[in-house]
Design a protein around this ligand. Structure first.
Ligand SMILES: *Cc1c(COP(=O)(O)O)cnc(C)c1O
Length: 452
């Protein structure tokens, strides 16, 4: 299988190269050249456990990875999940289900992709006899999940920049209390945007990048999207047969990565009715899917911080298909958007998608109502999904984080304080972090000193 750039000005690459490259040199994102048709395989898939299903799915894309190696590294990726089902599907009502995606090491759904990516990087290093330095910037969950995907791996060091004092204390502890010698959490003086700008600058230095074999960890990586398709398939196979075709997956959304994965699975012949895009008050995607206009607006911090985004980086993959897989048209859309901060779609076909948005007050109210009605405690991101629930479809809510990560919000809304043993254990551990200025030269010197 080959992978093409959405912008059409990069040579197609195999799976391993596309994953290692991240952003395509022409500025586009990689997509499979063709999507396999899975409709004839669904009956066989129904019996597989999570890791086996993941292998069966991925082997259709990762055709340049030796099958036994792929199988082994997939199996290892789900070994540190604490629930035997990996992604348990809980039923709350006749037509209401919750797919819990927070039983991995950092208690958020990003573990699904980043546990795999960590093992994949390690595998590639071993194969080539090379070392790599992984660098990323985070406003919370991604950094923690990336660190836990790579901690203790030989031949890999990981550096994560985050804005000092602007991420949740528990999230900082998840990054800074691992005790692993190859992990370097870097608190940057400034905002997330300052950290992001410094990161861009470091990656912009080609010589430094090559010399230190820098690799990015970010939400646009091809492997992340593909790996995330699997839990949609797994959940679909666990629904009662009579409900499957009428299912709408409800997806708390920021960068459009998670919902894109579900939509791609639908394009592979899995009969899913649709998707609900659930945003918080930063609702650029809600506006796009209800009005056809994609328009930037300032970001306002919310109770669901992992969805506080400005530009949904993975949307480009969806737009590529919406533009009839025509890279020239896609480039024009992206250019207009970059120049004016807006794009209006004339015939925006949003049949498959519904959308909702949720203020902070609504997040709190919904958290309370869901607890009172179902006895179920959901985290603030998941709460956004419960807004405007469909009456005539079967809803599967993707629960993207454990409520234990947001004890203050939950206590205020329900009077209960959810805890989790892995978070409790963190509270007594030593914090090891490095404080740096948002200065590319200083960050490069740090990497040169501590990297592998
Ligand atoms: C990252 C994240 C999201 C948003 O996921 P996208 O793929 O960016 O849409 C939602 N909830 C939680 C808890 C997250 O960490």
């Amino acid at each position: 299988m080959r992978f093409l750039s959405t912008r059409g000005q990069t040579e197609p690459l195999g799976f391993s190269a596309a994953v290692a490259t991240g952003l395509a040199p022409d500025g586009g994102l990689f997509l499979p050249e063709t999507l396999p048709d899975l409709s004839g395989e669904l009956a066989d898939f129904a019996w597989l456990g999570y890791a086996d299903l993941c292998y069966e799915f991925l082997r259709r894309f990762a055709t340049d990875v030796e099958p036994t190696a792929l199988k082994e590294l997939v199996a290892r990726s789900y070994r540190h999940f604490t629930h035997p089902a990996i992604a348990p599907l809980e039923q709350l009502g006749e037509n209401l289900f919750v797919l819990e995606l927070f039983h991995g090491p950092t208690l958020a759904f990003k573990d699904f992709a980043l546990q795999f990516l960590g093992n994949f990087y390690e595998h590639q290093c071993r194969l080539r006899g090379e070392t790599i330095n992984v660098l990323g910037a985070t406003s919370g969950d991604t950094g923690a999940a990336a660190i836990h995907g790579l901690l203790g791996k030989p031949g890999v060091a990981i550096f994560i920049l985050y804005p000092d004092g602007r991420i949740a204390p528990l999230q900082e502890r998840q990054m800074a209390c691992t005790g692993a010698a190859n992990v370097f959490p870097i608190a940057i003086e400034g905002t997330f945007d300052d950290a992001q700008a410094a990161l861009k600058d470091v990656f912009g230095d080609q010589d430094f990048r090559t010399q230190h074999r820098l690799s990015a960890v970010n939400s646009i990586n091809l492997a992340r999207v593909l790996v995330q398709c699997v839990y949609y398939l797994y959940a679909w196979l666990r629904l009662p047969v009579a409900k499957r075709q009428n299912v709408e997956f409800v997806v708390p959304t920021g960068n459009f990565g998670n919902v894109l994965a579900g939509w791609m699975l639908q394009k592979m012949g899995v009969p899913i009715r649709g998707f609900k895009i659930a945003t918080n008050q930063n609702d650029i995607l809600y506006r796009l899917f209800t009005t056809g206009e994609y328009r930037l607006a300032p970001v306002a911090p919310s109770l669901a911080p992992s969805m506080d985004i400005q530009v949904a980086s993975n949307l480009e993959r969806f737009l590529y298909y919406a533009a009839g897989r025509d890279p020239a048209r896609l480039r024009k859309i992206m250019e207009t958007f970059k120049a004016t901060g807006a794009y209006r779609f004339e015939h925006f076909n949003a049949d498959t998608f519904t959308a909702s948005h949720c203020t902070d007050a609504e997040i709190s109210a919904i958290t309370r109502q869901v607890y009172q009605k179902y006895g179920y405690i959901c985290d603030p991101h998941t709460a956004c999904g419960f807004k405007d629930l469909s009456r005539d479809r079967v809803s599967v809510m993707l629960a993207t984080a454990s409520p234990a990560k947001f004890p203050d919000v939950i206590r205020a809304a329900t009077g209960r304080e959810p805890t989790h043993p892995s978070l409790e254990a963190l509270k007594s551990r030593l914090i090891v972090r490095h404080l740096l200025k948002a200065d590319p030269a200083g960050i490069k010197a740090f990497i040169a000193e501590h990297g592998v």
